[in-house]
Design a binder for this molecule. Structure first.
Ligand code: CU
Length: 149
């Protein structure tokens, strides 16, 4: 487990450079060990459209080790994650028509990749947001901070 944590730290540091702040795209990677390799994403409110990409760098199927990225206000994160666990995989484990869900990708399995583009003005600059995987029980470990600049 130690080497995986080391990789996660290295990935997190490489994503914290100032050059990334102006990008209108970010990538989050998830693996077979219930981890996101990035603990923080920064989105720029000056972008007309922001694209978030999720790469599953593992090999397990989406029904076993599926991952998505869901963004909510941090205050809503646990309750939405629990509601997501009760939603079916057909709903990508996201509660349907839930206004607390600000952004959500599809659930994908190992070797797959998915992207979603959204208007960053749904986020408040300096607001407190959390991104997480809503596959049942994953949110406890698979979560990070979404910073809006
Ligand atoms: Cu997951």
């Amino acid at each position: 487990m130690r080497w995986i944590l080391g990789m996660a730290l290295a990935a997190s540091l490489s994503f914290s450079g100032a050059a990334w702040a102006q990008d209108c795209a970010a990538t989050v990677e998830g693996n077979d060990a219930l981890q996101f390799l990035q603990q923080e994403i920064t989105i720029s409110s000056s972008c007309d459209s922001f694209t978030l990409t999720l790469k599953h760098v593992g090999t397990l199927a989406r029904t076993i080790m599926g991952h998505n990225v869901v963004v909510t206000r941090t205050a809503d994160y646990e309750s939405v994650a629990q509601a997501g666990s009760s939603a079916s995989i057909d709903n990508d484990y996201v509660p349907p028509n839930d206004a607390r869900v600000l952004v959500a990708t599809a659930i994908i399995g190992g070797g797959e990749e998915t992207s979603i583009s959204f208007d960053p003005s749904v986020f408040e600059v300096g607001g407190d947001y959390t991104f997480f995987c809503s596959f049942p029980a994953h949110y406890v470990l698979m979560k990070g901070k979404l910073v809006v600049e």
